[in-house]
Design a protein around this ligand. Sequence first.
Ligand code: SF4
Length: 461
Amino acid sequence: MYYSLFEIFSIGIGPSSSHTVGPMKAAKRFIDNLIAQNKLSKLEHLHTNLYGSLALTGIGHGTLNAIVYGFMGISAEDINPQKDYIKEVNESGEINIANMHTIAFSMERDITLEKKIYLPEHSNGMKFTAYDEKNNILLEETYFSVGGGTIARQDEIGQRIDRKPYDVPYKFNNCAELMEICRQNKMSIAELVLQNEKAIWGGKIKISKQILKLVSIMQENIDIGISKDGILPGGLKVKRHAKEMYERLLNRFESNDTDSLTAIDWINIWAFAVAEENACGGRMVTAPTMGSAGLIPAVIRYMERYGKFRNDADRQNASITFMATASAICSLYRSNASISGAEVGCQGEIGVACSMAAGGLAAALGGNNQQIENAAEIAMEHNLGLTCDPICGLVQVPCIERNAMGAIKAVNAARLALQRTGAHIVSLDSIIKTMYETGLSLNSDYKETSLAGIAKNAINC
Ligand code: SF4
């Protein structure tokens, strides 16, 4: 299955693609279906049941707010950051559905957290029920947020995708097929992706511009993140560190510090800046999820700063190559494993982001397809078994540090691969299979429930 670069890297609001972007899309789609069936005018009451991981960590992840946005018909790209939509709903006790029909609404009364119930299809389940004034059901649908902001209705869950397959010239289901197509057509992975994107969206220039827009939002988030201090929301009282770390590093330069590992400090700062902005519900690019959204921007900034580019045009081409290659790698994980922390643990989020970044960086720095595969494989190999255990259900601890650690690991994986010929024993396909099997065999407490791991032992929420 081919996933477009623009569905892998999509704009949304933090802090979690599966817990905010997905539920927001599902709630909006449910309302759209109600409208399509001419039932909106009869709507008197709306009830939502959240199951499993969405119920256990939904409050900390902002799921309830996201559902309210979805009911109101707001999409992530249109959100006005200056407006407090939730406060308005809470104060009025009403919600304006799709900006067309107002009903009484209370988040506390109308959203039930079914913390002990896991739906069999997926651990991120949600059911929406619309009633008329006589309490008759107008429409009832169950959705799943399957990772990276993608949703599936109950009847679509096996498909893992909420759209028809794209008609692209180069179709591949696994890395072996991808490599063979590239070999036969004498093209790089990035060239293949750009051809496919052209077939879906048209013009090469338009696609390049849109990719660079995504990169610029990612880079903007670094600059926003290093300009803010204070405490992250959610009650855990986690301090924002990026700004302080940045200022400390600048002071070191002023005092002629000659530390040879400064690049590591920079990468840490950049990853922290974006991950902290994500924790505050900022506008993000999924990469491939929100929880892991700091890793790839940090590696791209590293590439831009430390790659030996002659000029801006070369630098931009390198960013496009990075993004296109990373998206192909993510396509492999989405087709054959998962990018959902609730399904396979943090190896599906930080692990996949690390693998994408390693492959993307190797490509942007001139690596061949074998070296790219090798880099992506090394990066995941050393994230296997990584559990998802956010303290108090907040995408803060250990998530923010994990972005920094993953970014450093991605750079190292790319450097290791680039120092070798590309010949390797463990294929990317076999590591993806291993990651998925490992994820499925993890106890469900370690998959975005905050019932085990660091979430259980570090602090009592
Ligand atoms: S631990 Fe990893 S998978 Fe879990 S919420 Fe944090 S970043 Fe996402």
